[in-house]
Each structure stands twice: as C-alpha cells, then as structure tokens.
Design a protein. Structure first.
Length: 330
C-alpha cells in the first residue's frame, strides 16, 4: 500500500493515463468521424423490406456456425463490449481473425508490454499494468483499422472496372446476377472473393439484395452502397440498368480523381504533422544519448513526470487536430 501511495508512482500513473488517452485520441482522429447514424437510418429504411428474410437467414447461419465457435470466442462474445462493431472490423480485414484470437492477442501483448516496462525500466507494477493495458488495447485496434482500410481502398480501386464488366454483360443480354458472378471470376481480390460469396449464397437460395447488403456491411464504403441502392431503385422503378451502372462507374472514377487531388493538396499538412509529432521524441532520444545527466532528472522527479504527462497529452491533442485538418471527406 505505501508503494501505491508513493508520489513517483502517482506521477507514473498520470503519465500512463495521458499516454493511453493520447493513443485513443490519435486513433479516433485517424479513424475519422464516427457519427454515421443518419446514414445508417437511411440504409435501414432502404433495406427495411428485406429485414424479415435476412433475420431468418442469420438464424440459419448462426445454427450452422455454432459448432465452429471455440470456447474463447464464446467467452469473448459474452463479455466483450460492442462485439458487433469488433466483428465488423475483423471481417473487413478479409482475414480469419476471430474475436477469441483478437482478445488473446490483446491480453498477451498487454502483459508483455507491462512486464517489459516493469522489469526493464524498473517501474512499479501498477503503472506498468496501466501503460501495458493502454498500449495492448490501442495497438491491435490501430492495426486492425489499418488492415481494414487497406482492403476497402483496394476494393474501391477495382470497383469501377468491375462495374464496367457488369455493364458489358448486361448489354449482351445477361441478368445482373450472372453479370456479378462473371465479374467475380474476372476481377482479382478483394472484389473477386467478396462477389464469389454472392454465387455461393444464391446456390443456397438467398436473394441477391440481401447478399449485397452483407458485403456492404463488411466493406462499409459509400461507393458500394451507391451500387446497391441503384440496383434496388432500378428493380422497383425499372429503366436501363446498364446505363445507370455506366454513369455510376463514371461518377466513381471522378470521385477517385477528386480524392487524389485533395490528398495531394494536404500532403504538406501531413508532412508537418509527422515532423512536429516526432520531433519531441527525437530530441529526447538525442539528449538521453549525449547528455543523460541533463535529462534524466526529468524522469526521476515527480514534477518532471507530471510535465511529461501534460506534454504527451498536449502533443496527442495537437496531432489529432492536425490530422483532422488535413483530412477531407469527398
């Protein structure tokens, strides 16, 4: 108990909390705005008529997959908060990562970091566990987000070419379902692997629209939702689907061009963010190498640790603001 009340330990706890808050703030800034409730309500309104059939299909799939769920997955699904969001993030990566594996990796990483800090740096157990927990939760979250974004970007990059293949198939007289299946065999991954699930699902008797919405949940890209809504509207109102998809392909290409121009215009701001964000750590490493007696009192005094925690929080806040300023939604 006295060790926990030591001023040095309290300051280390403050530093750990500031570090964890900084990582979460930067992760939230990189992840982008999370308020998509209006879009979710619109999507639910469009696909509301298919909810009955989709819920039945989900029950059948859950019964068929129940035997393949490990005990660790069952524990994670029961106790992990917001597991539906985590499942969607894991599926977006296109890899066979279950909730149980993710939870085990997070626990192992947090314990390893905490043990390394406690043994290597001689920090007390409580702040080491706090820092290890913050880093152990933040690092897998950031890695999974990066993998998902990379796969979605690859999907969107190939999507106009896939639409062009569908347009040619439609103009030759094939139905849209056959056009999608043909595109799945002609286009590489990730479009090919995602569209092949449509072929498998249709063999099991599922309808095309519910299969497309399942892919839309995994991909979570407005371009693909445009495609699904265009198919739904055309099915209800009629019209030339080939011409509609051709216009959609042209819009997606123009959108990609505008996004590339915006990214080029924001390159200077991103470079400034990386330089300014890494400069304090580089200076600290240089001082610890060249003049350790000058900077080490900062880490051994309670006032220095408090200043370190405040500096990390302010640095993370500044990086988050600069990332938001350099990010354009098109």
């Amino acid at each position: 108990m006295p060790a926990l009340l030591d001023p040095l330990t309290v300051a280390a706890l403050v530093v750990g909390l500031a570090t964890a808050a900084g990582f979460l703030l930067v992760a939230a800034a990189v992840e982008g705005p999370g308020g998509r409730r209006r879009l979710a309500r619109r999507v639910d309104a469009v696909k509301g008529q298919k909810r009955g059939a989709a819920s039945g299909d989900k029950e059948v799939r859950s019964l068929s997959m129940r035997g393949n769920i490990s005990k660790m997955d069952q524990v994670a699904r029961r106790w992990m908060p917001r597991r539906e969001l985590l499942v969607a993030r894991l599926e977006r990566t296109g890899r066979s990562i279950t909730i149980g594996r993710y939870m085990v990796f997070t626990i192992i990483l947090a314990c390893t970091i905490a043990a390394g800090i406690a043994i290597g740096a001689g920090v007390p157990v409580a702040p080491s566990l706090l820092v290890g927990l913050g880093l152990g939760v933040s690092i897998p979250h950031i890695v999974i987000g990066k993998l998902g974004k990379r796969r979605v970007a690859a999907f969107i990059n190939l999507f106009p070419d896939a639409i062009d293949l569908m347009v040619r198939a439609l103009r030759s007289g094939l139905p849209i379902s056959e056009a999608i299946i043909m595109a799945s065999h002609e286009i590489g991954d990730p479009i090919g692997s995602e569209f092949r699930t449509i072929e498998s699902g249709m063999r099991l008797g599922r309808d095309l629209e519910s299969l497309l919405w399942d892919i839309g949940k995994r991909i979570d890209a407005p371009e693909f939702r445009f495609f699904i809504i265009a198919l739904s509207v055309q099915r209800e109102t009629g019209g030339n689907l080939a011409e509609t998809l051709s216009n959609l392909s042209d819009v997606l290409r123009r959108r990609r061009t505008m996004r590339a121009k915006a990214r080029a215009m924001a390159s200077e701001a991103r470079a400034s963010t990386m330089i300014l964000g890494s400069l304090p750590f580089i200076v600290t490493i240089i001082l610890m190498t060249t003049s350790p007696g000058y900077i080490m009192p900062l880490f051994g005094d309670i006032r220095g640790l408090a200043l370190i925690g405040l500096a990390l929080f302010m640095l993370a806040t500044g990086i988050g603001i600069m990332v938001r300023m350099a990010k354009f939604e098109i």
